[in-house]
Write a protein that binds this ligand. Structure first.
Ligand code: XMP
Length: 515
């Protein structure tokens, strides 16, 4: 995305907290974007950042293939804050030394502040900081002053005499660091001179302007799934280029009850978009016939989706652009700070996964946002509340919630169970407390008794999880009376299921979906 005014560039050295830094900066009303650690000073300069934050990272600065920093970045005259590994890199480049510490410092540490001129202005002299490092600075370059220390770390925060390069060994971005957000805020406002004018609404205005500039008079297609990401992307595109947008919704037959109608109603009627609904259920079912292996299912569905999408988009004249609701986590899941391959747990497929071979130019207006930020944008855009809070739903749909073969009958069964499950969760007022809730139809039959009859029917697993980003999750502590209603309603109302079990696994070691 093109440069924005008052940009903070967060350079990613592979820390699991990089995204959190960007997010905390935005929460302080300054726009932040994550950039690769490979960016050169020249490229960075073009983006005109008002400050640069160097993230932490798992490597050791002297290790072979450790992610490096273009040292010219330290001479750009733009304020730099190095966090953990980022600080160690700064020290290494400016003539200091970093060593494996005698003692690893991990978790909470007491930080004693000895200079509160800028970063620590307005903060107590002693506070709890969260540390996570094996290496530490052994020798500080001469031009640096110490701002804070802990028992094991004499250089917990340092400042270059020039006044605009800082290093901190702890993590201000994590929740456990007291006043962490204030420390970042001090960097942004007192060191970088930010004005704090950025708001989520600015994101919308800027995104729309950028889309307009890029698209000109050309035509755009967008794969709409009905989820919040593609919906927000669609509404942004519509606001930007109106009639030049066509949305394609592929009904793969693997959707939940009422989903297709609600998408058609919301986007086709309420938002008055040019929406093409493609009825491809039969085709997907045929492709999935006899397929049991989860990865194979995902591949079949992914391939068919592309075929159907391609065929439909060819019916629209002169399409130049493909818009999609790719989010920042999708971007980092597929690339790593070291550029190496990340291990494939599941080959995710979503409408954001269309390949380049389609031959369109990409527009990804959400690629720097996190899910909760997209929800904020959705609210600003006045998308229906139900859509804004909708639980995530996987691209391969109910197919990955049917263990074993996907058939029309098993789909129908699962759809009914899912509708009851979600209805009861809503009725109990829990829908928005739960991150995701789903039913899984098992290829297991069990004996039951109904009336005086013996039954031999399917087992259904129900699962609800707490999560922030889907990367880790814990099972939701569902009240027993709600579980009770769910279980008895499903067994009595859905013919073909005589037993319901509740999944109490967390991720890791399990995953959220069963396949
Ligand atoms: P797992 O099962 O990997 O799921 O713990 C994490 C989150 O990702 C969703 N998910 C998908 N989303 N395409 C998607 O768009 C997919 O292929 C896919 N597989 C899993 C899952 O529902 C959960 O929210």
């Amino acid at each position: 995305m093109a440069q924005r005014r008052e940009l903070i560039a967060v350079m990613d050295f592979g820390s699991q907290y990089t995204q959190l830094i960007a997010r905390k900066v935005r929460e302080n009303n300054v726009y932040a974007e994550i950039v690769s650690h490979r960016i050169s000073a020249r490229e960075l300069k073009k983006r005109k950042p008002i400050g640069v934050i160097l993230s932490g990272g798992p490597a050791s600065v002297y290790a072979e293939k450790a992610p490096e920093l273009d040292p010219a970045i330290l001479e750009m005259g733009v304020p730099v804050l190095g966090v953990c590994y980022g600080m160690q890199l700064v020290v290494k480049h400016l003539g200091g030394q970093v060593r494996g510490a005698a003692r690893r410092e991990y978790g909470r540490s007491n930080l004693d502040v000895c200079d509160s001129a800028d970063l620590f202005e307005g903060l107590p002299w002693s506070l709890v900081a969260w540390m996570s490092h094996g290496d530490s600075v052994e020798k500080l370059p001469v031009e640096f002053t110490v701002l804070a220390r802990t028992r094991d770390c004499p250089y917990a925060a340092v400042r270059h005499t020039g006044g605009s390069i800082f290093g901190i060994q702890f993590h201000p971005e994590v929740h456990h660091t007291e006043h962490g957000s204030q420390i970042l805020r001090n960097f942004l406002y007192k060191v970088c001179g930010a004005s704090g004018s950025w708001r989520m609404s600015s994101y919308i205005t800027e995104a729309i302007a950028e889309i307009r500039a890029k698209v000109g008079g050309e035509h755009v297609v967008l794969g709409l799934s009905g989820g919040v990401d593609s919906s927000v992307a669609a509404v942004l595109l519509q606001r930007a280029v109106g009639g030049q947008l066509t949305c394609i919704f592929v009904d793969n037959g693997l959707l939940r009850k009422g989903e297709r109608d609600s998408v058609a109603e919301t986007f086709g009627r309420q938002f008055d978009m040019d929406l093409r609904v493609v009825d491809a259920g039969e085709r997907f079912l045929a492709g999935l016939k006899g397929v049991i292996d989860p990865e194979e299912k995902r591949k079949v569905i992914g391939r068919l989706f592309i075929d159907v999408f391609r065929e439909e988009s060819r019916r629209i004249a002169d399409v130049k652009f493909l818009a999609q609701g790719t989010l920042y986590p999708d971007v980092i899941e597929s690339t790593s700070a070291f550029g190496g391959p990340t291990s494939v747990i599941k080959s995710h497929h979503n409408v954001g996964g269309l390949p380049e071979e389609l031959g369109f130019e990409l527009i990804e207006p959400l690629r720097y946002l996190f899910k909760d930020e997209v929800r904020k944008v959705a609210r600003e855009l006045k998308l229906p509340h139900a859509l804004v809070v909708r639980h995530p739903f996987p691209g391969p749909g109910l197919a990955v919630r049917i263990v074993g073969e996907v058939t029309a009958e098993r789909l129908a069964l699962l759809r009914e169970c899912d509708a009851i499950f979600i209805e009861e969760i809503r009725r109990a007022g829990l829908y928005e407390e739960i991150w995701q809730a789903l039913c899984v139809l098992l290829p297991v039959q069990s004996v039951g008794v109904m009336g005086d009859e013996r039954t031999y029917e399917s087992v259904l697993a129900v699962r609800a999880v707490d999560s922030v980003d889907g990367m880790t999750a814990d099972w939701f502590r569902m009240p027993h009376e709600v579980l009770d209603r769910i279980g008895s309603r499903i067994v009595s109302e859905v013919r073909g299921v005589n037993r319901v079990v509740y999944d109490i696994s967390s991720k890791p070691p399990s995953t959220i979906e069963w396949e």
